[in-house]
Design a protein around this ligand. Structure first.
Ligand SMILES: CC(C)(COP(=O)(O)OP(=O)(O)OC[C@H]1O[C@@H](n2cnc3c(N)ncnc32)[C@H](O)[C@@H]1OP(=O)(O)O)[C@@H](O)C(=O)NCCC(=O)NCCS
Length: 325
């Protein structure tokens, strides 16, 4: 019998503090940074974002999202075989955030590791976990995207600091005799590393290089629209899937104008695109599982629906996963 994997449940967690555009604008004005709530909303679709306090950590958000997903899948932490966690903002150099989550939730027998593909992290993690379940070595996996991007923000740089937020999303993936994950397709182009990066590193006890996120917004925008459209069509073609049968697109949530352009290119009505960027901002690797959890919790995405998950971000990296829920 062929082995496949399918998504059994979703979960998510947001920090306690929500920061509206007006609140952020006031905070920035005190630092001499000029922007407006209206500019942020009209150019990006973002109305608010969640920001961690100093006490809240990546592992804290990820563990809460994981526990919610496990409860919904009726799986005990001690039964988890594998934890794959996507993040570019780990709590520490090592051990991995996945190991911190494994310890925090008591998933004693789980193999645990992080992967880093910036805003494509969750689709990379899901693809890896799907392959590991298909190998027959593991029966289930927690796949998590979790970020504290607020810690990479230069609050003097209005072209980036208004865009990002913190959060975590998780899914439980189970080995199955029927395919839930219908296909995965990943890409990377390291020649574009300069358009989105955070170059700082620790050397001999000092941070060497720029510790903040830097971005050429227009270059990233153009690249994102182009590769998301291409990648969706490529994967559906390879999976022999008729695009008109797609129930929902859950793309990486960076800018509502990027999502609208991709929907147009795929001839997908806007009500079939899950849009949460207005509420969460860009939460990098957490954005896709957070958006998926919102749509599932609202009852919009239901069992049997065909859903295309899409990531795009620094690296440059991008990819798609086609799922029957
Ligand atoms: C960043 C982004 C919102 C900028 O929007 P844009 O419409 O391209 O804006 P531009 O960069 O052309 O800037 C237009 C003007 O707004 C200004 N501006 C930029 N940020 C601003 C802000 N927060 N508030 C007010 N004005 C701002 C610029 O300085 C520029 O002014 P100028 O014309 O006097 O130089 C947009 O490019 C984007 O979303 N890019 C992709 C970001 C992304 O997805 N990143 C993550 C990918 S994983």
């Amino acid at each position: 019998m062929s082995l496949y994997s399918s998504i059994a449940s979703t979960g998510s967690c947001l920090p306690e503090r929500v920061v509206s555009n007006v609140q952020l604008t006031e905070f920035l004005a005190k630092r001499g940074v000029e922007t407006s709530a209206e500019w942020i909303e009209t150019r990006t679709g973002i109305r608010q974002r969640y920001i961690c306090s100093e006490e809240e950590t990546n592992a804290h958000l990820a563990s809460k999202a994981a526990i919610q997903a496990l409860e919904r899948a009726r799986l005990l932490p001690g039964e988890v075989d594998l934890i794959v966690l996507a993040t570019s903002t780990p709590d520490q150099v090592f051990p991995s955030t996945a190991c911190l989550v494994q310890g925090a939730i008591g998933a004693k027998k789980a193999v645990a590791f992080d992967i880093q593909a910036v805003c494509s992290g969750f689709v990379y993690a899901l693809t890896i976990a799907d392959s590991m379940l298909k190998s027959g070595q593991f029966k289930n996996a927690l796949v998590i995207g979790s970020e504290v991007f607020s810690r990479l923000m230069d609050w003097q740089d209005r072209t980036t600091c208004v865009l990002f937020g913190d959060g975590a999303g998780a899914v439980v993936l189970k080995a199955d005799t029927q395919p839930g994950i219908l296909g995965c397709k990943l890409h990377a182009d390291g020649s574009l590393e300069h358009i989105l990066n955070a170059k700082g590193r620790i050397v001999n006890g000092q941070i060497v290089g720029d510790p903040f996120l830097r971005m050429d917004g227009q270059a990233v925008f153009r690249q994102a629209v182009s590769v998301l459209g291409q990648s969706a069509l490529e994967l559906m073609h390879e999976a022999d899937f008729d695009p008109s049968k797609l129930d929902f697109l859950v793309p990486h949530q960076a800018n509502v104008r990027i999502l609208q352009s991709v929907a147009k290119r795929l001839k997908l009505p806007e009500d079939r695109v899950v849009v949460t960027v207005g509420d969460h901002g860009n939460t990098s690797a957490a954005s896709v599982p957070l958006a998926l959890d919102v749509a599932v919790s609202q009852g919009r995405i239901k069992k049997g629906h065909h859903v295309l998950l899409q990531g795009v971000g620094g690296g440059f990296t991008w990819g798609s996963v086609l799922v029957r829920m």
